[in-house]
Design a binder for this molecule. Structure first.
Ligand code: T1G
Length: 701
């Protein structure tokens, strides 16, 4: 065996335990150990059955993702699973935690499976740009049926143990100790004289449905809903092979398709995104011994859209939260908004009435600051005005207990100035949620100049508790996400003055993979927000930094986007689908004439270059100023808060994939053509000259 796989004989039953923290990933030593252990059990005549279980929090959670892209090391996982399935003695996989990817495939190679009631099983490979490459696409349909297999493999979403049992993936549920449950089940198999049962030989799942139709429908669904993604269609093709081919040939076809996915650039981007999200939780200069403060009660100031969304986030995480508004009427509106939000989830079936009431019971409405004296954390979510922020933070400073953390949800104001309103700047931090705060996973944790290590660690811990993807950012106008999106939106608007329409710009960026085009996004958030920022910037911007005029003209005409029924697009009452705004063409002509621009058709590549490279250039400045710790943090922000396509890895990863010399060349050409905004960031120039990538760069280099 190896140090990560242990074999012990419990009478006539061989117990194989995997112990490869933190998630029992199937690294080479685990594969080697499993192969040796099953061969030893096979050879031992005293052994009549085999039980496979894992130490730690979970059954095997998949292949070792860190191995992808490196030369394969024997034994391969398919070889290990063949040995398991081919064992002449019945084997039982004991599942707890999350049996994912190769972990579930190992379990499917075992002859029987039992699962702890709170366990989950899944095949999330598609989220990494892959497909199950060790028999999952062939064995799962044979057990669970083609429809269920297609859903699980194409979505990558795990299912609970009970659902797995309902679909023949798991034979029995258990509670309590793993090895005992497995050995007990194995003994009952032997007593009932039940031997090996190979999943690969099951046919029940392939019968009784029009599998061809199911596959056609899923293929059409993937083509419509996941344009641009490489692996989902290959997932469908692999399941189709299970329907059409015997197991051995199906496994070969699966392996071919798996290698196609492994070699695709999308796998590289998606795997990097997986690790980038986990890397973002690490703070470079935070001493290892810093412990977060306990947060058992919270409060939110402001019952508007953001404030209620934040309060819901705490309630969803089981944290009691007080919602403070300035008067009873405003408070009741806020509490009603909370109830309505949950009621919509109940109506959709994604929340039970009971869960809704339980969560609502965690939200207490108050109007008196004195009620906040005992809370551990307060998040201010009031109007974006420094005068209002000052009033709130002075009150909080006077009322809240020593050690309470005072957080601001400000999206662009100076957190250091806000901290200065208090006598405890070390306890002030920014928690920038994204609307809707109870849905969006991204949380920018804004580190003030005086924010203490402990408060920063606590902010990251509360972000994880709220199931957010937390990224530490520094203090500047717009932090990271909004600072970059301002450049992106401005360039998109300049394109309207040069000759494009909103439909063309949004269409080009949707084709690139953005979840939403910039103009549909701005109509959603409201054009007046950008107008306020532009007005503030006009006071300080040097003359050579001109601004576009189209959205100002729309604001002047009262067209602020969805909330007024028209902006860059027109909206029918109660309908959010963007339609052409018939008054826009004249307005675009006026804007172009005002700028002395002869309108001309623009191609998609130019539209993508003008907008995406604007993100990259600003991201390089953000890195150099130390506002973000690493380029992958910027990418995590864009993947989780701005709809950047995960299969492209994020703006900085995308630039690295183009090559920074190529990116610099394009930005220099735009600088010559479009002026001051396009001055290449010095870091970009340096890295390009040195032949390096953003992902190679560390602060201070
Ligand atoms: N390989 C390597 N490292 C992994 C890993 C994996 N599969 N899963 C997690 N880690 C690391 C992670 O980087 C982090 O490291 C630590 O473990 C804790 O992770 C052949 C080809 C299991 C639900 O996609 O979904 O099998 O930051 O913070 O919140 O067909 O990890 O501590 O240094 O996420 O408790 C398929 C991916 C692989 C599962 C646990 N499997 N992992 O969540 O902890 S492809 C997956 C997860 C495959 C086969 C194919 C989650 C989790 P560090 P964490 P968590």
């Amino acid at each position: 065996m190896t140090e990560v796989v242990r074999l012990e004989n419990r009478g006539e039953i061989a117990l194989i335990m995997v112990n490869n923290p933190p998630v029992n990933a199937l690294g080479q030593a685990v594969r080697q150990g499993l192969l040796q252990a099953f061969r030893a059990a096979e050879a031992n005549t005293a052994v009549r059955a085999v039980v496979l279980a894992c130490e730690g929090n979970t059954f095997i959670a998949g292949a070792d993702i860190k191995e992808f892209g490196k030369p394969p090391q024997a034994p391969g996982l398919p070889e290990v699973i063949d040995a398991i399935e081919g064992c002449s003695k019945p084997s039982v996989a004991v599942i707890h935690g999350t049996a994912l990817g190769g972990g579930l495939e190992v379990a499917l190679g075992c002859h029987y499976r039992i699962a702890r009631k709170d366990a989950k099983v899944g095949l999330p490979e598609v989220k990494l740009g892959l497909l199950p490459g060790a028999g999952g696409t062939q064995r799962l349909p044979r057990l669970a049926g083609v429809a269920k297999a297609l859903d699980m493999i194409v979505s990558g979403a795990p299912i609970g143990a009970a659902e797995a049992m309902a679909h023949n993936i798991v034979d029995e549920l258990f509670e309590g100790e793993l090895a005992e449950a497995g050995i007990g089940f194995a003994r009952r198999l032997l007593n009932a004289d039940r031997g090996p049962r190979c999943s690969g030989e099951q046919t029940l799942g392939l019968e009784g449905a029009d599998n061809e139709a199911l596959i056609r429908a899923k293929r059409a669904e993937v083509a419509a809903r996941m344009p641009g993604l490489f692996s989902p269609l290959r997932c469908v093709a692999a399941v189709e092979a299970a329907v059409k081919l015997p197991l051995a040939e199906g496994l070969k076809r699966e392996r071919e398709l798996f290698v196609e996915c492994l070699d695709s650039p999308q796998r590289g981007a998606l795997v990097r995104a997986f690790f980038a999200e986990r890397q973002a939780s690490k703070i470079n200069d935070l001493p290892a011994d810093v412990k977060p403060r306990p947060v058992t009660t919270a409060a939110v100031i402001g019952g508007g859209t953001m404030g209620v969304g934040i309060a819901l986030s705490f309630a969803n995480a089981g944290v009691p939260v007080k919602l403070l508004e300035i008067n009873e009427d405003a408070l009741q509106r806020g509490l009603q908004r909370a109830r309505d939000t949950y009621a919509a989830s109940v109506k959709r079936g994604s929340l039970t009435e009971e869960a809704m009431e339980k969560r609502l019971s965690l939200i207490t409405g108050v109007t008196d600051y004195a009620a906040l004296a005992d809370v551990d954390l307060v998040v201010e979510a009031v109007f974006e005005d420094m005068g209002v922020k000052r009033q709130v933070f002075e009150r909080l400073d006077a009322v809240c207990k020593p050690g309470a953390i005072l957080a601001s949800n400000t999206s662009s104001l100076d957190l250091n100035a806000i901290a200065a309103f208090t006598k405890r700047p070390q306890d002030v931090v920014g928690l920038h949620f994204f609307s809707p705060a109870n849905v969006m996973r991204l949380l920018e944790v804004v580190r003030g100049a005086q924010t203490s290590h402990e408060v920063l660690a606590t902010a990251m811990a509360i972000g994880k508790q709220l199931k957010k993807v937390s990224v530490v950012v520094g203090v500047c106008d717009g932090f990271v996400g909004n600072r970059m999106v301002f450049q992106y939106g401005r360039e998109a608007e300049f394109l309207l003055e040069e000759g494009a329409t909103p439909q063309q710009v949004d269409g080009a960026l949707r084709t690139f993979g953005m979840a939403m085009g910039p103009f549909a996004m701005r109509d959603l958030s409201g054009l007046d927000i950008g107008q306020a920022i532009r007005q503030r910037q006009r006071l300080t911007l040097p003359a050579e930094f001109e601004l576009p005029v189209v959205s100002d003209k729309l604001c002047a005409a009262g067209m602020l986007g969805q909330k007024t029924g028209a902006g860059f697009y027109r909206y029918e009452p109660g309908n959010r689908v963007p339609q052409e705004n018939p008054t826009l063409a004249a307005l675009l002509d006026a804007a172009s004439q005002e700028k002395g621009i002869q309108r001309r058709p623009l191609d998609e590549a130019y539209i993508v270059e003008r907008t995406i490279l604007a993100l990259v250039n600003e991201g390089a400045r953000i890195l150099e100023e130390g506002i973000a710790q690493r380029s992958s943090d910027i990418d995590v922000i864009y993947l989780n808060g701005y709809g950047f396509p995960a299969f492209r890895g994020g703006p900085m990863f995308y630039a690295d994939s183009l090559g920074l010399d190529v990116v610099l060349g394009k930005i220099e050409a735009l600088h010559a053509r479009c002026g001051a905004w396009w001055k290449p960031a010095p870091l970009l120039e340096r890295l390009a000259a040195e032949g390096r990538r953003f992902s190679d760069w560390q602060p201070g280099q």
